[in-house]
Every structure is written in C-alpha cells, then in structure tokens.
Design a protein around this ligand. Structure first.
Ligand SMILES: Nc1ncnc2c1ncn2[C@@H]1O[C@H](COP(=O)(O)OP(=O)(O)OP(=O)(O)O)[C@@H](O)[C@H]1O
Length: 346
C-alpha cells in the first residue's frame, strides 16, 4: 500500500513543527525518517498514523484520503516507544489486544484469536513466552512483543518510532535485520523514525532527512552519504570537515592559501567547503595544498586518524591516512581535499 503525504503543515501555538511536507512511500517500501531531535519526525509519523491531525495538507493510502480518519480506521500497525506494553497483561494478551477490543461484529472468535497470537509469537520468535508478563522479558523481547501486537491487526502499513531506542547496540542490530526481513516477507510498507544514521542507512530503501520541520533530502542511503543535497545533510550524515572559504576563479581560498576543488558552477563569493576524513590526500608541507600541523595521530580501522590544525581555524581537521608512514604530532603537512563539496555560505 502506498502512502502519499501532500502539503502537510503543523503548528503548535506559534511554533511551526512541520512546514509544507510532501512525501511518498511506494508500496512495499521501507522509509526511514532521519533528523536531529525536534526536527518533526515524530509529528509527521503521528499524522500519518492518525494520532495527530495536520493544519493543512492531506494523507492518502493507495490514493484514498485518510486525513480525517482516526487511527482505529486506518488499518496501520504502529510501534511507538511511549506505547509500552500493558504491564498487567500477559504477553499473549498484549498481542491479542488489537483484536479483542474490536467491535463484536468484526472481532474474530476466541479460538481464532488464540491461533493468531500463537502464529505471531512464532513469527517474532517468542513461541513459548505467551504466558509471561512484560516484566519477565528482556528489552529486546519486549520490543518484539510490541511488534507482534502491531502486526496482529494485519496492517499493510507499519509505523515505527525509535522502537529500538532503549536497547543496547548488539540487540538493536539484530532486531533491525530481523525487522527488515519481516517487512519484506509480509509485503508491508513501513516508515521508521530514527535519529541514528547507521540504523537509517542500513535499514531503509530510502532515507528522508529532516531538519526544522522540512525535508532536506529523500534518497537511497548511498546517495544520502555520497551525494548530499545540502550543507545540513553533508554535516549530519557521516563524518565531515567544514571550512569557510571564498571561491574565486574556480579555486577555493582560505587564509591566503588557494587550492583546487571542483567548484561545480559555485558562484564566486563566500562558501562552505565540506569533505570527508577519508577523502583527502596528505602531502608534504610546501606543496600546493592547505598547510596544517598534525596535533594527534592514532590508529583507527587499519589506518591512522589524524587531527591537524590549520592557522586561523580553531576546529582541527579530521583526516584518515592509510599509508605505512603516518605523519606524527608536530609534523607539518599539506591537505588536499578530494571529492569536496561547496555550498554557498549562509
Ligand atoms: N503537542 C505538542 N505541543 C507543542 N509542541 C510540540 C508538540 N509536539 C511536538 N512539539 C514540538 O514540535 C517539534 C517537533 O517535535 P517532534 O517530536 O516531531 O520531533 P522529533 O524530530 O521526533 O524529535 P525527537 O527525535 O526528539 O523525538 C519539537 O520542537 C517539539 O517540541
């Protein structure tokens, strides 16, 4: 089932939480909403779920406008961190909840509900734990129960808000993979909110990067990392160095030094240069490059991570060196950014 969000805006008092959002999730797609705290991810997800209503704009599922439908009519499964399991109910009763609260006319028979619960517990690999209470489970098991509960109503759309936020890194990673498999196997359309970029890049078909209530970029994970659409995305996703430069005659200038970068039609004037730590060439001092002094060198991932200071800039550059004669603290080096990107200042 496809999800189409058109022209959605939402204010809380004088504060604009979402401004004119357009977004499309194709049938079967797994989207991640990624952004810093307060960027509007949860508000957007709640509007898609029907837990919140927009000031303007529409939400449609497979072309059918559901903007004014309450959550109970939308047929979505959702796992939100704040909708924890019911502590006084067994695991099985938690999973059955969405079915048992249905009106009598649409509620399956008791035996049928029990069968479905068994099936779901099997699916989330908690087959023999139906009689336990949430307090008797690990964090990861609880989140799998929450997922089983969301899936009990046989949704075509699954909405998840940081469902693994409170779990340790290893469990998170396992659950993430397992969730992706489940999504594929059940043919769901899923939207997942996270502020963890690794999670978004690993899990999603496309990543939606948000900041201050607007969408900065919607792209496949590789493109988010390798071809960021804005200075914000470059900075937010992956490691980066930023340097205020002025662009003149196809070259970047910083502190009296000029160096070659692809200016890609950037107009002459002030700009911010971005480059990743591994996208540099480190050359000897005196070469036509940005002069820097190494302040720190430590092993990292088979190479050496170097911090280097440049005159007139407080924040050191973070650089990766992969050769076998890494520079040492105090060494003077020249830094040539490769694959750098310029964004107009401002
Ligand atoms: N009911 C509300 N009343 C007033 N302000 C709200 C309300 N809900 C959200 N906001 C504000 O809207 C902005 C966006 O919040 P939202 O929860 O959507 O952000 P988020 O990107 O999900 O952040 P986080 O990663 O911290 O959960 C925040 O500044 C928040 O304080």
């Amino acid at each position: 089932m496809g999800i189409t969000v058109s022209g959605i805006s939402k204010r809380f008092g004088a504060f604009t939480a979402l401004g004119d959002i357009d977004l499309e999730a194709r049938p079967g797609e797994f989207l991640a909403l990624l952004g810093p705290s307060g960027s509007g991810k949860t508000t957007l997800l709640r509007i898609i779920a029907g837990l919140e209503f927009p000031d303007t704009g529409t939400v449609a599922f497979d072309g059918v406008d559901v903007t004014n439908q309450p959550i109970t009519d939308r047929g979505v499964g959702f796992v939100f961190q704040q909708y924890a399991l019911f502590r006084h109910m067994t695991v099985a009763d938690n999973v059955a909840f969405g079915l048992t609260v249905r009106k009598r006319s649409t509620r399956p028979a008791k035996a049928e509900i029990a069968r479905r619960v068994e099936e779901l517990l099997d699916l989330v690999q908690l087959k023999d734990l139906g009689k336990r209470y949430p307090a008797q489970l690990s964090g990861g098991q609880r989140q799998r129960v929450a997922l089983a509960r969301a899936l009990a109503v046989e949704p075509r759309i699954l909405l998840l808000d940081e469902p693994f936020g409170a779990l340790d890194a290893k469990v998170r990673k396992d659950l993430r993979r397992w969730l992706r498999e489940l999504h594929d196997r059940m043919g769901l359309t899923s939207i997942f909110v996270t502020h963890d970029q690794e999670e978004a890049l690993e899990l999603a078909d496309r990543v939606v990067v948000m900041d201050h209530g607007v969408i900065e970029q919607v792209s496949a994970p590789e493109a988010i990392y390798n071809d960021p659409a804005s200075a914000f995305v470059f900075d937010f996703v992956g490691e980066s160095n930023r340097l205020p430069v002025s662009v003149r005659g196809g070259r970047a200038h910083f502190g009296g030094h000029a160096f070659d970068v692809a200016t890609d039609g950037t107009r002459d004037g002030d700009a911010t240069l971005f480059f990743r730590p591994h996208d540099v060439e480190i050359v000897g001092a005196g070469a036509a490059a940005l002069p820097a002094v190494v302040s720190l060198a430590r092993p990292r991932g088979g190479g050496t991570r170097i911090e280097a200071r440049i005159e007139g800039r407080e924040a050191p550059l973070e650089l990766d060196y992969t050769g076998d004669a890494p520079p040492r603290p105090g060494d003077r080096i020249g830094v040539r950014p490769l694959r750098a990107r310029l964004f107009p200042a401002g």
